[in-house]
Design a protein around this ligand. Structure first.
Ligand SMILES: [Zn+2]
Length: 74
């Protein structure tokens, strides 16, 4: 009855970006399936979403000029 749990699977080798993607997937799925039930997961989703979409919310301020090359006058 020994548990088959080897200490070789410590999350030390897990890439942090994998965790981020996993969390994001989870939150997106939750928000989609539960239709914003308002729980703490929903609030996490809204926070993350606000942060990730932040750059799209303010088109006048930052990087858009670099992305869209302006025609040079002379
Ligand atoms: Zn929820």
């Amino acid at each position: 009855m020994a548990p088959q749990f080897e200490p070789t699977q410590v999350p030390e080798t897990t890439d942090e970006s994998d965790i981020l993607r996993e969390q994001l997937d989870y939150l997106i799925e939750h928000a989609a399936s539960e239709a914003q039930c308002g729980c703490s997961e929903c609030r996490r989703y809204l926070r993350v979403r606000a942060i990730l979409l932040e750059i799209f919310g303010e088109p006048e301020r930052g990087n858009l000029r670099e992305m869209a090359p302006l025609p040079k006058a002379a």
